[in-house]
Ligand binder design. Sequence first.
Ligand SMILES: [Zn+2]
Length: 431
Amino acid sequence: MNFDLIVRDATLPDGRKNLDVAVAGGRIAAVEPGIEAEAETVIDAGGRLLSPPFVDCHFHMDATLSLGLPRLNVSGTLLEGIALWGELKPQLTHEALAERALRYCDLAVAQGLLAVRSHVDVCDDRLLAVEALLDVKKKVKPYLDLQLVAFPQDGYFRSPNAAKNLERALDLGVDVVGGIPHFERTMADGAASVKALCEIAAQRGLMVDLHCDESDDPMSRHVETLAFEARRLGLGARATGSHLTSMHSMDNYYVSKLLPLMAESGMCAIANPLINLTLQGRHDSYPRRRGMTRVAEMRAQGIPVALGQDCVMDPWYGLGGADLLDVAHMAVHGAPMTSREAIRWTFEAVTEVPARIMGLDGYGLHVGAHADMVLLQAADPIEAVRLRATRLYVIRRGKVIAHTPAREAKLSLPGRPAKLDPASYAPKAAI
Ligand SMILES: [Zn+2]
């Protein structure tokens, strides 16, 4: 049999080695050692890591690459970021927003990031960002799965037309119900918004993903309401709480009661280490809180936890580069969680876990899955995180859509090697 593509001698994220992955008709047709067949395209992995694509399940594509428009965030806080975005909104045009989003998707593809859940602000009565990102979603479909969340950035109740606009956005084809309860005027309004938004998701048969408790307020209780509503309405894993940073500051007794409720509800959680390690704790002197949610503790309870990027060069975060390995790397430090098992898990938290949260169809490296893959300049997932490894080949439906040459340094040192592959430093003793 002839295949369209074969990747030879790959290591898979689950640790299996020396495997060939063969592709036919855009799907994975075989995963076996030493496949004896021809293919139009053959890639020699040389024992390196072949992974399904990276998945970012928390992002804001309407704001990305807008850094400096109309000005910079001086305080570095969430609230100034929201105010700044409010200043930019009236100046947005469909074309400029779509072009920024498309340009971001180019970068994402180069980094092996082929699925993104993006929140899109619905508080502008024109729904300009919604329409622009629905266009972008169609345009990028051949190479990137873009899932959109109707996000009332200025508050579902607090912003006068948000409730109506959110329903309009869903009618236009936005996939997921969003919200921001901690930005409502009172804790009671926040809780009421969680209930209303979960009911909309239940009625429409949609997923719900709420920005939840993204503050340093130890008394913020919206994830509790979300878990309760997810359980009451039977949403289960269709409900997700994003950020959850107040959990960092909560009383330990309260958390011991909260986490089992979350686990029972079946809901998912998304931590965004890059942004929250910089955004939170801004009102502290010292000691200064990190503000990252309790990732290890949620994992221990069996709650599905993914790691998201949230922002790249926008009113909230000036850095970032569509690099989900950067996100995993930062999570290891911010949590901190430095065991080999935990570092390996951070790789799952930017691939398989978010793919499940988004409900991606045909994701993975098994026979019958979509032939979407990334070959990394790394021996295994831990090495990929350590090195934030180069994406040598990015493959979509069996076709190479991005290629980056391997990183190699040329050395001029007396008696030392002439060139150096950073991935050759993979530890022999610690697996
Ligand atoms: Zn966000």
